[in-house]
Design a protein around this ligand. Sequence first.
Ligand code: UTP
Length: 225
Amino acid sequence: MKAVVISLGGSVLTTFLEYPEKLNKFKRIIHEISRRYKIVLVVGGGSTARKYINVAKDFTENKSILDKIGIAATELNARFLIALLEDVYPKPIKTTDELLIALQNSNIVVCSGNEPGVSTDWDAALFADAIGAKLLINATRVDGIYDKNPTKNKDARIINRLTYSDFFELMKNQSSEPGNYPLFDLSAIKLLERSKIKLVVVNGLEPDNILKAALGKDVGSIVGE
Ligand code: UTP
């Protein structure tokens, strides 16, 4: 069975927590996709990570310590997703070797962050590469990739199709700090390009978009060759 990797923004999950009907829909959709694909679901730290990191910054300048707080938040979210989804691999996975074993036992595996200095988007690209997945769905809080930051610029426009180099150019000037890594790390984009993994960025707050992306329908922004 082919595999698809889904990078679920922690902020999407923390929003779902307030709307049980969205959580149920997300669960139904993940199980529906799992009838066609093995699923590797990588979850971010969301507002929990940012809240703790922002306060901890006043006490330490050590970015590795701050990142580890973020990683702990991704583990918390992964544990929550395992409880929500049921019938999945029972433990959050952190490394590509562990992932290969977990996928032999379950059709759905939930992963968290692992090493300081990167985001779960980077982890998701690494996992996709390790298992030979050709599709990475990034479920975020926005409708896709914009020509400028949509939260700061009202005239920002969505770009539906981009090459890896277009995406790299757009992302290259973004700041990179614990708790606040850009939509996608530059090194993650290079890895996707190297292994020709298609990236689809969708608004995950509407879980149907994740299903559409998995089925190859036109949704969000698509990065490829
Ligand atoms: P993410 O940045 O991946 O989660 O991890 P997020 O903020 O929920 O993602 P989006 O933006 O909504 O998609 C939270 C923080 O945890 C640390 C980083 O500090 C990161 O900003 N982290 C995460 C790591 O250091 N290593 C990892 O492998 C994963």
